[in-house]
Write a protein that binds this ligand. Structure first.
Ligand SMILES: NC(=O)c1ccc[n+]([C@@H]2O[C@H](COP(=O)([O-])OP(=O)(O)OC[C@H]3O[C@@H](n4cnc5c(N)ncnc54)[C@H](OP(=O)(O)O)[C@@H]3O)[C@@H](O)[C@H]2O)c1
Length: 236
């Protein structure tokens, strides 16, 4: 069976990914920064213990990323899902308050960039060989419609938007530098998680099911694209 590694796997979209891949019998490496508090993840681990592993990973901890990459050296990773992300200390709608044009919290902005931009870069470079050695060879950078320059018609959300826009150019760059794997930036839709808020349009389980169907249809020439969960291109 294929292997998937997911960051931020204790809740939201990351949790749905590890749950649905575990149900399909995949080998799952579920990363969470506080595994001891992640009761739902522990329950999955118990249920699927033969092909499910939990790893502690705070994604801004680069030495820990290197340690894990070394631990899994020689283990092919079919899909690397750089999923962990943040809008700062609050989800939507509260998160809009500290990243407005007239009220910017610069420390929160720095923290958002560290998690949403530097960490996925570090994780991708640390685990690139694991992806290269796999069958599917897919690297997913979890982006957002809010990272689309063309779709920015209502302003605001400066810190989060900037982090995801920059993540997009990194995904594109990696697709150029790494010709042997498939790198995509993904917009999962506006989902009802802590980050997305209660007003969001899409059920997380539904989005993840659709994402996983889309991953199965990804072709080599999709590398370097910004895709929605159905495989349609999102304007940069
Ligand atoms: N929901 C949406 O509408 C939406 C739309 C577009 C894109 N996205 C993207 O989808 C991804 C998942 O979001 P979500 O909606 O599932 O959000 P969520 O429910 O808030 O989950 C975020 C996940 O990221 C983890 N995380 C955050 N900072 C971390 C860190 N420093 N180290 C390790 N893990 C960290 C969280 O772990 P803790 O529990 O330890 O905090 C949690 O597991 C994010 O990249 C987000 O930007 C979401």
């Amino acid at each position: 069976m294929p292997t998937v590694l997911v960051t931020g796997a204790n809740r939201g979209l990351g949790f749905e990914h590890v749950k649905q891949y575990a149900e399909k019998g995949w080998n799952v490496i579920a990363c969470a920064r506080n595994p001891e508090k992640a009761e739902d993840l522990q329950a999955l681990n118990k249920k699927y213990e033969e092909h499910f592993t939990i790893e502690q990973l705070e994604v801004i901890d680069h030495p820990r990323i290197e340690e894990l990459a070394e631990k899994y050296k020689g283990t092919p990773i079919d899909i690397l899902l750089n999923n962990a992300g943040t809008t700062g200390p609050m989800g939507v709608p509260g998160a809009m308050e500290y990243q407005k044009i007239d009220s910017m919290d610069y420390q929160i902005w720095r923290d958002i960039l560290e998690v949403n931009l530097l960490s996925p870069f570090k994780i991708a470079t640390a685990f690139k060989e694991h992806v290269s050695e796999s069958e599917k060879k897919i690297l997913v950078m979890m982006s957002s419609d809010l990272g689309s320059v063309e779709q920015n018609n209502f302003g605001g959300f400066y810190s989060y938007r900037a982090s995801k826009s920059a993540l997009n150019i990194i995904a594109k760059g990696m697709s150029v530098d790494w010709q042997d794997i498939i790198v995509i930036a993904l917009a999962p839709g506006w989902c009802r998680t802590y980050l997305g808020g209660a007003e969001a349009e899409v059920d997380p389980a539904e989005s993840v099911a659709e994402q996983q169907v889309m991953f199965e249809s990804i072709k080599e020439n999709d590398s370097g694209k910004f895709l929605d969960r159905f495989g349609n291109q999102v304007p940069w």
